[in-house]
Design a protein around this ligand. Structure first.
Ligand SMILES: [Zn+2]
Length: 234
């Protein structure tokens, strides 16, 4: 099996606390794609990754059927290490407005979904919906196995519906070395600019990385699990 990671990039242990950029010097670009309200867009992102070799990190909400509908291809990409997954809660609430038990339930339910649908059991990453978090929600997340709160320092600005031109303007504004860029698998505009995104990435000398290429607990990278729980060696 081909190496799971990126040549020359050795992952370091996931930090406890907030990350909002890739550490140190380099040419990494972490494209992180959230939510998944549209099955069509989730499928397009998966095929984009498959066709281009782009490395992506998804932060799905398990409540959307889009993930299960596109699970076969996504599982293949996860197995090879080209795609990584983190927790974005089950139903996308503002965690800071919930009681402790509800916060834990939102995180745990999505963990079960990530495990059942994708065989992902050990992601250290939580991305709080709306970026809303505080010490209390971070502690609950850490207790449940997500010590690293994955924020961002670049954005496709697609919190709203954008034209393809607006999306590309955002990409030109934010694609830079060691950036974590947030985008969404919700609106179809992004699916029309994949070629332009690849050109921009190449033009700027960037290489895409998953968050798991950058941060992983020792031993995690040489193991994968199939959807039905069998251990595979990598
Ligand atoms: Zn979100």
């Amino acid at each position: 099996m081909a190496p799971r990671g990126v040549p020359g990039l050795v992952p370091v242990p996931p930090p406890v606390g907030v990350v909002d950029a890739l550490p140190g010097e380099g040419t990494g670009l972490a494209l992180t794609i959230d939510d998944g309200t549209s099955s069509e867009v989730v499928g397009a992102f998966a095929r984009f990754a498959q066709d281009s070799g782009v490395r992506l990190t998804f932060f799905p909400n398990g409540r959307y059927a889009s993930w299960e509908e596109n699970a076969p291809l996504l599982r293949t990409l996860i197995e090879s290490g080209q795609v990584a997954m983190g927790n974005h809660t089950w139903s996308h609430p503002d965690l800071t407005t919930l009681g402790d038990r509800e916060v834990a339930e939102e995180i745990r339910r999505n963990q079960e979904f990530l495990s059942n649908v994708f065989g992902v059991r050990d992601s250290p990453f939580l991305r709080p919906p709306f970026g809303a978090h505080d010490e209390r929600t971070d502690r609950i997340a850490a207790d449940l196995g997500h010590p690293t709160i994955a924020m961002w320092n670049g954005t496709l600005e697609d919190f709203q519906v954008l034209t393809p031109e607006q999306l590309m303007a955002a990409a030109r504004r934010w694609f830079a070395p060691q950036t974590i860029v947030v985008g969404h698998a919700n609106q179809p505009s992004v699916t029309t600019v994949y070629g332009e995104l690849l050109e921009l990435i190449a033009e700027r000398g960037l290489r895409t990385v998953t968050l798991a290429d950058v941060w992983a607990t020792p031993g995690q990278r040489v193991r994968g699990t199939t959807a039905d729980g069998r251990l595979t060696t990598g």
